[in-house]
Design a protein around this ligand. Structure first.
Ligand SMILES: [Zn+2]
Length: 317
């Protein structure tokens, strides 16, 4: 028998389920549309059916549980709470619902905490007890690990570094406040910075010919590499904001390593070199040189499913 865990990544549009072995191999994968289900009850039925279908004819598999990464998931309660990108409103006890539909152990956490667990069990954080992962996608998610445990806090929602205030009275954030880190240090934040620079400055830029919807972090990185001044400035300002977020975060938990993950991190050295330089300038002197800033060790396409499965694997191991 092969022991496996179902790692489930619930996104606003799609849900991906993967069967993950104890060494982080994904041996089967299935998808369903999250957006098709207006009610969580129907989604739970569809997900249970999908898992059953994936198990069909595989008498060699022994499923140990279901780990779920989802927006606004509360690890303590197994609930999804007030998720703006999901159709299910209010507080949904998804963990209990899936457990009673499948008879399996179910654990839930948010995407970034799942990414942290995935990094710890299967990625570049193996053996690292204190680290932070920043996921630089549409927003900025984060998972903070202290002494080998993800920090959830009293409410279950601790460690949202994307909502550290980095500019008092700054850009409007989806959380209802202003100047949050993720409004600057994310793929979306980078595009906002590009738009602002295009308005404020007069230099030629290939980004001027694009619609705002066509400007992606990859295109900005490519333009910067090709010598585009506006793109380079936007990347530089974004790097400085990421560095400021890191410098502030290091004060809380003194990590050994900080991992950058997600679309923006794909910019590679164009991002990592200035982020390291600015972090060194901005961090409190006592922490200087005590931590490293590295790319994630997980493959982008598999990271969410691996991370979700790690919720259960961590308990078993
Ligand atoms: Zn915010």
């Amino acid at each position: 028998m092969i022991d496996i865990v179902a790692g489930v990544d619930i996104g606003g549009t799609n849900t991906v389920t993967g069967f993950v072995t104890s060494d982080g191999e994904v041996i089967a994968e299935g998808r369903l549309s999250t957006a098709d289900y207006a009610f969580a009850e129907d989604f739970v039925d569809a997900l249970s059916a999908k898992i059953k279908e994936m198990l069909h004819g595989r008498d060699d598999l022994n499923i140990r549980g279901i780990g779920i990464g989802a927006p606004n998931a509360n690890f303590h309660k197994g609930t999804i709470e007030l998720a703006p990108n999901l159709r299910w409103k209010g507080i949904v006890p998804l963990g209990d619902m899936i457990a009673s539909a499948t008879g399996l152990k179910v654990r839930l956490t948010n995407d970034a905490n799942a990414a942290a667990l995935g990094e710890m069990l299967f990625g570049a954080a193996m053996g690292v007890k204190d680290f932070i992962i920043l996921t630089l996608g549409t927003g900025l998610g984060s998972g903070i690990v202290v002494d080998g445990e993800v920090v959830y806090g009293h409410t279950g929602f601790a460690g949202e570094l994307g909502h550290l205030t980095v500019v008092s009275g700054g850009r409007v954030c989806g959380c209802g406040r202003r100047g949050c880190l993720e409004t600057y240090a994310s793929a979306t934040g980078l595009v906002r910075t590009v738009m602002q620079l295009l308005g404020d400055r007069r230099e030629e830029s290939i980004l001027r010919d694009m619609k705002s919807s066509e400007i992606t972090s990859r295109r900005v990185a490519e333009a910067a590499a090709a010598g585009d001044i506006i793109a380079a400035e936007a990347l530089d300002q974004t790097s400085r904001m990421i560095a400021l977020g890191i410098a502030n975060s290091v004060v809380f938990s003194s990590p050994e390593k900080i991992f950058l993950f997600g679309g923006l991190a794909q910019a590679g050295d164009a991002l990592f070199v200035p982020v390291r330089k600015y972090t060194d300038e901005l961090v409190q002197p006592v922490f200087k040189g005590t931590f490293s800033i590295l790319p994630s060790g997980l493959p982008e396409a598999r990271a969410a499913v691996l991370g979700a499965s790690a919720l259960i694997w961590k308990e078993i191991k």
